[in-house]
Design a protein. Structure first.
Length: 198
């Protein structure tokens, strides 16, 4: 598997983009350890943000200043209401856990349903969009026809890093995610980090 991602460069780019490719993985139910961590983490977030306005949190405000639709914000809003997410599968659970822990938009797609190249762009309405060479497309914040299933073997994962996160920190976070991902799903991974891409 090899997916080449192209990025549309606006006039004043600021968002770093990480691209991770996983091959020959096994998707399944989350191990109890991950289920437990996800549940406890949501409970912790509830107490942390119970009486706060999310948009006033510095990391979140940085995203809302950049994007019209911040993917993890609805999840945090639900957690504020004690509406916790149930476990879905190992890939989605880990992606959501990591996204909420570090306030990072993460898009996870079944690479075998995509046709190279995949174009990532920020449109005039400040939404992040993706599209493959055969017209399969979607918004970064929405599920799509390329979403993960139990049969998924190869994955393209795209992570957005806000401008205040340094190159070194971005790379360290990618390495941390890939390590956790491979520990749970097996397979192999490789990544690319593009500074100030969107």
């Amino acid at each position: 598997m090899k997916i080449h991602m192209e990025i549309s460069h606006p006039q004043s780019p600021s968002i770093h983009v990480g691209q991770i490719e996983y091959s020959q993985i096994e998707v399944g139910k989350s191990p109890q350890m991950l289920k437990g961590r996800l549940r406890l983490f949501q409970e912790s977030l509830f107490f942390d943000y119970e009486d706060k306005t999310l948009e006033e949190v510095s990391a979140i405000k940085e995203w809302t200043d950049l994007l019209e639709d911040v993917p993890f914000l609805p999840l945090l809003s639900n957690i504020q209401k004690e509406q916790f997410m149930d476990s879905t599968n190992s890939v989605q659970d880990l992606s959501i856990f990591f996204s909420l822990k570090y306030f990072l938009p993460i898009l996870t797609l079944d690479a075998d349903r995509l046709k190279d190249p995949v174009l990532l762009s920020k449109n005039s309405s400040d939404h992040i969009e993706w599209q493959d060479s055969e017209g399969l497309k979607g918004l970064f914040s929405q599920t799509s026809k390329a979403q993960i299933s139990q049969d998924t073997k190869n994955i393209l994962q795209i992570i957005l890093f806000r401008p205040s996160i340094s190159w070194e920190k971005s790379e360290a976070l990618i390495q941390s995610l890939t390590k956790m991902f491979v520990q749970i799903h097996g397979g192999e991974s490789n990544y690319e980090l593009i500074e100030k891409a969107l």
